[in-house]
Design a binder for this molecule. Structure first.
Ligand SMILES: NC(=O)c1ccc[n+]([C@@H]2O[C@H](COP(=O)([O-])OP(=O)(O)OC[C@H]3O[C@@H](n4cnc5c(N)ncnc54)[C@H](O)[C@@H]3O)[C@@H](O)[C@H]2O)c1
Length: 306
C-alpha cells in the first residue's frame, strides 16, 4: 500500500500540448529523479475538468495556459508545485495556490532571445515586402516593390525590459535611431508617449501587464504609415482603434504574435496589412528546450528535489 502511494506521489503531469516536441531533455531530467511523466493527452489546451482529471495524484505540473484556480487546486490535494513553461502566469490564481501550499514558478529568461529574434524577423519581412513579394510571385506577378531600410528609421521601443533590450541590441547592427518609452527604467526618453509616437516609423511593444496602452487617442498621434509590432500581449492594443488605423493607413502594417482570446480568429485575419502569427515567438528548438529544462529544474527545486 505504501509503495503504491509513493509511486502516485511521484507523478508529474504536463499541461503544455507542445512539450518535448523537439527535445526529451526536460523529461529525461525528471525521469532520472524517479518521476513518472503524464503528457497532455489531448494535444491542446485543457479545460478545467480535463485539468483536474489529468492532475489526479500528480505532485507537480509543467503548466501551459490551462486555468489553474481554486476548483483545480482543491480537487488535487497531492499537488505541491506548478512550473509554468513560459513567462505569463495570468492563468494561475496565486491566492488559491498559496491557500493550498502550492509553489508556483515561471521561466522569465528563456524566451528573451527567441522573442526578440521573431520581432526582428517580422520587421525585416515587412520593411522589405518579403510577404507580398512572395505572394506576387505565387500569383504570377513580377512586381518590384520598394520597401524601407532600418538604417535611418526611427524605432520606438515601448517597454525596455528583457525582450525590449534584446530587440534594441539586435537593431543596433542596422543603424536606426532608437527611442525608448518605459517610465520605470533610467533609459526612458522622458518625452510623453504621444510625442514619441509622432516621431516613430516603427513602434514595437515589449510591455509587461495587460493594461490597454494604445487606444483611439494614441493612434491619432502615430506618424502616418508607421509599422506597429506586438510580441507582448494582445490586450495592450484596443482592437477596434487598431482596425480603424489599419484601414485608414495611419498604421501601414501591424504584426502580432499575441491576441485577445487565443486561438484568435477575429477581424484582423481579414486585413492584408495585418501580419499574424499564432503565438510562436518562442517556438525555436533552442528556446523550447531551454524553457522546458528551466521549468523542470524549477519543479525539482519546489518539490525539494533540485
Ligand atoms: N510572444 C511570446 O511568445 C512572448 C514570450 C515571452 C514574453 N512575451 C511578452 O513580452 C513582454 C515583455 O517580456 P519581458 O520578459 O521583456 O518583460 P520584462 O518584465 O523584462 O520587461 C517589461 C518592461 O515593461 C515595462 N513597462 C511596464 N509597464 C509599462 C508601461 N505602461 N509603459 C512602458 N513600459 C512599461 C517595465 O518597466 C519593464 O521594463 C511581456 O508582455 C511578455 O508577456 C511574449
Amino acid at each position: 500500500m505504501e509503495g503504491i502511494n509513493n509511486k502516485m506521489k511521484r507523478k508529474i503531469a504536463i499541461g503544455t500540448s507542445s512539450f518535448a516536441q523537439s527535445s526529451d531533455n526536460a523529461i529525461n531530467i525528471l525521469k532520472t529523479r524517479g518521476y513518472e511523466i503524464a503528457k497532455n493527452p489531448f494535444g491542446r489546451k485543457l479545460t478545467i475538468e480535463e485539468t483536474i482529471e489529468h492532475l489526479k495524484d500528480a505532485v507537480g505540473l509543467l503548466a501551459g495556459l490551462e486555468e489553474l484556480n481554486e476548483d483545480v487546486f482543491a480537487a488535487c490535494p497531492c499537488l505541491k508545485a506548478v512550473a509554468r513553461v513560459g513567462i505569463g502566469v495570468d492563468n494561475v490564481d496565486f491566492e488559491a495556490a498559496a491557500r493550498h501550499n502550492i509553489k508556483v514558478s515561471n521561466t522569465p529568461d528563456a524566451p528573451t532571445y527567441a522573442v526578440a529574434e521573431m520581432a526582428l524577423s517580422a520587421l525585416l519581412s515587412i520593411a522589405r515586402n518579403v510577404i507580398e513579394a512572395n505572394s506576387d510571385m505565387h500569383n504570377g506577378k513580377w512586381n518590384k516593390r520598394t520597401g524601407f531600410s532600418i538604417k535611418g528609421s526611427t524605432i520606438l521601443i515601448i517597454g525596455y525590459g528583457r525582450i525590449g533590450r534584446k530587440f534594441a541590441s539586435f537593431l543596433q547592427l542596422f543603424e536606426p535611431e532608437i527611442l525608448i518609452y518605459d517610465p520605470y527604467v533610467p533609459e526612458n526618453d522622458g518625452r510623453t508617449l504621444e510625442e514619441l509616437l509622432s516621431l516613430a516609423d516603427v513602434v514595437s511593444l515589449h510591455v509587461i501587464g495587460n493594461a490597454t496602452l494604445l487606444k483611439e487617442k494614441e493612434f491619432s498621434c502615430f506618424k502616418k504609415g508607421a509599422v506597429l509590432l506586438n510580441s507582448a500581449r494582445g490586450s495592450l492594443v484596443e482592437e477596434s482603434a487598431l482596425i480603424a488605423a489599419l484601414k485608414s493607413g495611419i498604421i501601414s502594417y501591424y504584426w502580432a504574435d499575441v491576441f485577445n482570446g487565443e486561438p484568435y480568429q477575429g477581424e484582423l485575419c481579414k486585413l492584408d496589412n495585418a501580419i499574424l502569427t499564432p503565438h510562436i515567438s518562442t517556438y525555436t528548438s533552442l528556446c523550447r528546450n531551454e524553457m522546458e529544462t528551466q521549468a523542470a529544474e524549477n519543479l525539482l527545486r519546489d518539490l525539494s528535489d533540485g
